[in-house]
Design a protein around this ligand. Structure first.
Ligand code: NCD
Length: 310
């Protein structure tokens, strides 16, 4: 793996396989009474989050702690960024304390890449605007692989507010690398304009018709309607969105009982996903959360200790 994890472009199919193998070992740690490995003892990991987060931030924190790293959380609101300090000054200040890895989330696309050019620490992109969220895509693929086996040739439908989704962009790249077929499903107003060149890629298709896609899906990934990133009306009413693109109780009946339902969270229950689907036996939403810790342990391990300890 490269020094940083900024994008799925930094991860080859072989890297993903290595990360998944390590994550599987880390997953076992989660079920132990004493959840501690010494691998990153003496290393310092800073979580720098300028956007809200429940899962990503806490799972990176837990991942670092279970590997014995010292982990510290800094959020935009409580930091000097709210006093007008520039991003460059903030990260240089933090890194001057002696930091080995900086896990960061920022509203600007490209922020993690920019920061990686300013600091010596390994930078992990935990979401940059509407661009990428590589650790989420890795944990999604890991979760799916554990449920349905190798993803080569399998058909994954990714459905929802794709325009505003960094999870979508990272997932398409990774799933295609792993040999899966991906159909992106969204209303025309929430289909990113830049997605057209991807439709030339082998295995990638676009659709506006969820009911046509669902019967052929081996896995379904529902993505959140990101109201906080919307400046205008992208659909007439929430009800119309649900009728066209929600995973409703009726649509659940169309899916095979073994087709996993993913959602990176947070979910808008009743909008993009009905409670019946979110809580169905085939829902892997909480498996994704649990895999998130193991996969992030694997990421930190490979970035900070992997080479030396191999
Ligand atoms: C996603 C994110 O922040 O990009 N959430 C997450 O990391 N689990 C998706 C979202 O906010 O909808």
């Amino acid at each position: 793996m490269r020094k940083h994890l900024l994008s799925i472009d930094d991860v080859s199919a072989d890297d993903a396989a290595t990360l998944f193998a390590t994550a599987a070992e880390m997953h076992d740690v989660q079920h132990r009474e004493v959840k501690k490995l010494p691998a990153l003892r003496g290393r310092t990991v800073i979580n720098l989050f300028f956007e809200d987060s429940t899962r990503t931030r806490s799972s990176f924190e837990i991942a670092g702690k279970w590997l014995s790293a010292d982990t510290i959380n800094i959020t935009g609101k409580g930091s000097s960024a709210s006093k007008g300090e520039s991003l460059r000054d903030t990260v240089l200040t933090i890194c001057a304390m002696g930091v080995d890895a900086l896990v960061m989330r920022h509203a600007a696309s490209g922020a993690a890449h920019q920061v990686s050019q300013w600091v010596d620490a390994a930078v992990v992109n935990a979401g940059d605007g509407t661009h990428e969220h590589p650790s989420q895509a890795l944990l999604d693929a890991y979760t799916l692989q554990r449920r349905i086996g190798p993803l080569e040739g399998r058909h994954v439908a990714i459905v929802g507010d794709l325009t505003h989704s960094r999870v979508f962009r990272s997932n398409v790249k990774l799933l295609l690398k792993l040999g899966a077929r991906v159909t992106a499903v969204a209303p025309p107003t929430l289909m990113p304009s830049g997605v057209t060149p991807w439709s030339q890629a082998d295995g990638f298709a676009l659709s506006w018709d969820l009911d046509e896609v669902l019967p052929t899906a081996d896995a379904v990934m529902m993505l959140r309607v990101q109201k906080e990133r919307m400046s205008g009306g992208f659909f007439p009413t929430p009800r119309e969105y649900t009728v066209g693109y929600g995973l409703t109780r009726d649509r659940l009946g169309v899916l095979g009982p073994d087709v996993p339902i993913c959602h990176p969270g947070p979910m808008n229950r009743g909008l993009e996903i009905a409670a019946d689907a979110a809580d169905a036996a085939q829902s892997v939403v909480l498996d994704q959360v649990s895999a998130g810790v193991a996969v992030r342990m694997a990421i930190l391990y490979h970035l900070l200790a992997g080479e030396e300890n191999a």
